[in-house]
Write a protein that binds this ligand. Structure first.
Ligand code: 3PY
Ligand code: MG
Length: 266
């Protein structure tokens, strides 16, 4: 029997985290909403629309967010940098979460919370004619209340961030500390060696250290080798691979399979 699909809202994620569940998504580098919708229809819980290393313009964001919602996944936007106007643009498009790279201090984390929430939690720029407010169809006070339910995700991915991680994790208004293994490996002097035992130790150790602060932990994977160990260390939000990477791997496997299957007949 098919399991009912979770509704994949920020509130639903919070409940599932509290129940000890993990959630899974992928990064989107392309601007075609079909990938967002397909990932959602295939059963991923969320997609991360990547404007740090991807192509989406502010106008693309709207269609990518729409497509993820149409398929039933939570749309998260990774902004290019920790800037309030980028966070605001993502949330105005009705993203359910923002993911902010390179957060390395308490001041950085406070800036994220300030940009992501309306008063009294923050100072997000106010406009009720945006997609998130259904272009004014949602009554203003209802919109301002509902808009406070977003997921704020900060990347811990450098030496400085590791040192400040306990204080960053204590910042009010931050939901998820996401350990970025690629940037972290570079910062630790083992660039790209994300499977290095030092990395496994750094990521699991950090997760165990931050878990008691009441924050959810996340990380990036592109194979399942360390998934069980990371889940055991308390990580619950997993970004796995990218649209183009998954498509590349599927094509590479297909090409190899087709050649192998045809070979005996030639
Ligand atoms: C990193 O590994 O640095 C990332 O940002 C992964 O998303
Ligand atoms: Mg990174």
């Amino acid at each position: 029997m098919e399991m009912p699909k979770p509704d994949n809202t920020p509130r639903d994620f919070r409940q599932r985290f509290a129940d000890g569940e993990c959630v899974f998504g992928t990064f989107l580098k392309t601007t075609d909403p079909a990938f967002a919708e397909t990932a959602a229809l295939a059963g991923l819980d969320f997609v991360i629309i990547d404007t740090e290393h991807g192509l989406a313009s502010p106008a693309d964001l709207h269609n990518l967010v729409r497509a993820a919602q149409a398929g039933g996944a939570l749309p998260v936007v990774r902004v290019a940098a920790n800037r309030p106007e980028l966070i605001q643009t993502a949330l105005d498009a009705a993203a359910g979460g923002v993911q902010v790279p390179g957060v390395s201090s308490v001041a950085d984390a406070r800036a994220v919370a300030r940009a992501a929430y309306f008063s009294p939690k923050g100072q997000r720029g106010v406009c009720r004619y945006v997609r998130a407010a259904r272009y004014s169809a949602t009554p203003a006070q209802d919109y301002f209340a509902a808009a406070q339910d977003v997921l704020t995700i900060v990347h811990i991915e450098g030496k400085e961030a590791l040192e400040a991680a306990d204080e960053i994790a204590a910042v009010e208004g931050i939901d998820i500390c996401f350990i970025g293994p690629w940037d972290l490996s570079q910062s630790l002097g083992i660039p790209g060696e994300v499977g290095h035992p030092k990395m496994l130790e750094a990521i699991s150790g950090l997760a165990r250290r931050l878990r008691p602060k009441g924050k959810i932990l996340g990380t990036f994977l592109d194979d399942t080798g360390n998934l069980a160990a990371f889940a055991e260390a308390g990580i619950q939000y997993f970004g796995y691979g990218t649209d183009v990477g998954l498509f590349h791997d599927a094509c590479a496997n297909l090409a190899a399979d087709l050649r192998k299957t045809a070979a005996p007949n030639r």
